[in-house]
Write a protein that binds this ligand. Structure first.
Ligand SMILES: [Zn+2]
Ligand SMILES: [Zn+2]
Length: 140
């Protein structure tokens, strides 16, 4: 297969179905949970994993490493580069920010240590604005 990085990603019916499941979930869910939500007996786990890999590569889906869970990228276009995922430990919502300055600094720091990074996993854990407000109200 020729390597054409700029060609648009061709999604299969399964890919689209899994993407729809992730969009509907709203919070990161595991591959196992995705399989449980697909309303068809003919989608086998290996198919789901292949689809997830395609969606990850296309930047349409991200993986929260600490939770071994997947979520649909909230931006409509595919997401390139490194993102920082802010995971709410209360409601499970994930907010995503891109910060190229941080990415450049991390790359520079890694290279200073004679390491060539292929990518970074950046996660922040804490409370989203909603949950933080809720806790403040509950406490007061
Ligand atoms: Zn994204
Ligand atoms: Zn929250």
């Amino acid at each position: 297969m020729p390597d054409r990085p700029h060609s648009p990603v061709k999604l299969t019916q399964n890919d689209r179905e899994i993407l729809a499941v992730l969009h509907a979930a709203g919070t990161p869910i595991t591959a196992y949970a995705i399989i449980g939500r697909i309303d068809r007996e003919k989608v086998f786990p290996p198919t789901v994993y292949r689809s997830l890999n395609r969606l990850l590569e296309a930047g349409l889906v991200h993986r929260i490493e600490s939770k071994k869970a997947y979520f649909a990228c909230p931006s409509d276009r595919s997401c390139a580069g490194e993102s920082i995922f802010m995971v709410c430990s209360d409601c499970g919502q994930v907010a995503e920010i891109s910060n190229h300055a941080i990415e450049r600094q991390l790359t520079a720091a890694a290279r200073d240590a004679a390491f060539e990074p292929a990518g970074f996993t950046l996660e922040a854990h804490g409370l989203c604005a909603n949950c933080k407000n809720g806790q403040t109200r509950a406490a007061g």
